[in-house]
Design a protein around this ligand. Structure first.
Ligand code: PEP
Length: 258
């Protein structure tokens, strides 16, 4: 059975006080209302992760919510002003790190080869990468979206040996659906998720392909989560805007309640 996962990407939102308020609301709702065993992840700005971890440790939500960074450096340490390393993230309570988000690729020119280095450092420091792939609108219109996704996966992840590859989480996030209110239809999303799983089967094997969780991201909300998550190859979501509202985020997680 693949792990069901709902990860909230807060992006550059929420100062410390707002972060603590939001996580406590989410924790209360998750504790009271969620009856499934989906892994719930909150990916907060670097500055707030330590406080969130401290808060979590003293609450009943300690095991219910995992923390993630939104990026980490491609180098272990050194003269990289403004960067945060995988080791640092691990030391403040993160268990996951989002890598290759389209906003990082677009605004910070992150390349697949740089991302491959980040993946290695994350894994070295026991952070599970949530590795994002996805095409722009132009690439979809040109009909090259499958090729784009193939390159992102191959160049970013395929250097991993099978046992390590199995531990990684993949997020398919069509760039045209992120923060736009446009969602991929369940059929469009399923088509790409099945393609990614097929690529993994070809690069590794069937068993590996069947064990990796693949999340959908792109304007996912409480109204469309159920139809997306019911698709055979969609194992949950990476949620941006809707993760900033405790009610919406919890309702998305509850989609997995039986
Ligand atoms: C994201 O940024 O990963 C994302 C999916 O954002 P949104 O849900 O707001 O489209």
């Amino acid at each position: 059975m693949r792990q069901k996962i709902v990860a909230g990407n807060w992006k550059m939102n929420n100062d410390l006080k707002e972060s603590l308020k939001l996580i406590s609301e989410v924790a209360n709702m998750v504790t009271d209302e969620v009856s499934n065993d989906a892994v719930v992840i909150v990916s907060a700005p670097f500055t707030n992760i330590y406080a969130l971890d401290q808060w979590k440790t003293g609450s009943s939500a300690v095991d219910k919510i995992k923390l993630a960074g939104q990026n980490c450096c491609w180098e272990e340490s050194g003269a990289y002003t403004g960067e945060v390393s995988a080791k640092m993230l691990k030391s403040i309570g993160a268990d996951y790190v989002i890598l290759g988000h389209s906003e990082r690729r677009q605004y910070f020119a992150e390349s697949n080869s740089q991302l491959a280095k980040k993946v290695d450092l994350a894994l070295k420091h026991e952070l599970i990468p949530i590795f994002c792939v996805g095409e722009t609108l132009q690439e979809r219109e040109q009909g090259i979206h499958f090729d784009v996704i193939k390159s992102q996966l191959k160049e970013g992840l395929y250097h991993l040996i099978k046992s390590v590859f199995k531990t990684v989480v993949i997020a398919y996030e069509p760039v045209w659906a992120i923060g736009t209110g446009l969602t991929a239809t369940p059929e469009q999303a399923q088509e790409v998720h099945a393609y990614i799983r097929q690529l993994i089967a070809e690069g590794y094997d069937e068993e590996t392909a069947e064990s990796v969780s693949i999340l959908y991201g792109g304007s996912c909300n409480p109204s469309n989560a159920a139809s997306l998550f019911s698709q055979k190859d969609i194992d949950g979501g990476l949620i941006g805007g809707a993760s900033l509202k405790s009610r919406d985020f919890t309702d998305i997680i509850k989609t997995f309640n039986s």
